[in-house]
Design a protein around this ligand. Structure first.
Ligand code: GRF
Length: 208
């Protein structure tokens, strides 16, 4: 098994980051978070990293004159940390094609619904759960997918279902979905540590 060097990119609270930190500490996930990067200097995710002695970096487009300079710096940080996989955990910025091509099939994202439904631009945070409830579907869930150049589009690695209850509000549903996210993300990343994921034609095949 290969110990994965991970970079986790966050913009907010970082509960998914926390679940990955815990999974590594509990030896459920064979990896090491080499660095946590946030575009938001106030993200609680950075504090979580500090608490666990993980390098934390505030890196924002606003610190650079051009998007290319931002990319150059990000690539430098990723390379100097010998990153195997980039884990997006509530990262609110789209990565550029340069980054996505350099780390092809090595960037994961988690989305709080069952893609390809309830995804795409504008579908983030509470908006997803509002749309789910409005649609009347009885099942929602979480999706871990590869990040490609199209928003919420890359190959699906793992999905888990969550029941939508008749009396759910977007907030109660978000809370239940988030718990399932924490369970799912670590399992999906571990599949890569075990080298069990094959990707062909925008589909993943999980080796048993
Ligand atoms: C999660 O709901 C995730 O699906 C989405 O952003 C949220 C991040 O939450 N991409 P947290 O910062 O991990 O608590």
């Amino acid at each position: 098994m290969k110990k994965l060097n991970l970079a986790v990119l966050c913009s907010g609270g970082g509960t998914n980051l926390q679940s990955i930190i815990d999974a590594i500490e509990n030896k459920e996930l064979f990896g090491e978070i080499k660095i946590v990067i946030s575009n938001n200097s106030k993200a609680f995710a950075l504090e979580r990293a500090n608490k666990h002695n993980i390098s934390a970096l505030h890196l924002s487009h606003k610190q650079f004159a051009t998007p290319e300079e931002f990319d150059q710096k990000l690539l430098e940080v990723l390379k100097s940390n010998q990153i195997d996989m980039i884990i997006l955990a509530g990262y609110m910025k789209m990565l550029s094609p340069t980054i996505i091509r350099t780390y092809k099939n090595k960037i994961l994202n988690i989305h709080p619904a069952l893609l390809p439904h309830f995804g795409g631009p504008g579908m983030y945070g509470i908006h997803v759960h509002e749309a789910v409830i409005k649609s009347g579907v009885k099942i929602t869930g979480v999706t871990v997918h590869i990040v490609d150049e199209v928003y919420d589009h890359g190959a699906i690695v793992m999905q888990k279902a969550v029941e939508v209850k008749d009396d759910d509000t977007p907030e109660t549903l978000a809370e239940r979905v988030l718990k399932v996210e924490h369970q799912t993300y670590k399992e999906a990343i571990q599949l890569f540590a075990e080298d069990k994921v094959e990707i062909r034609d925008n589909k993943t095949y999980i080796k048993l």
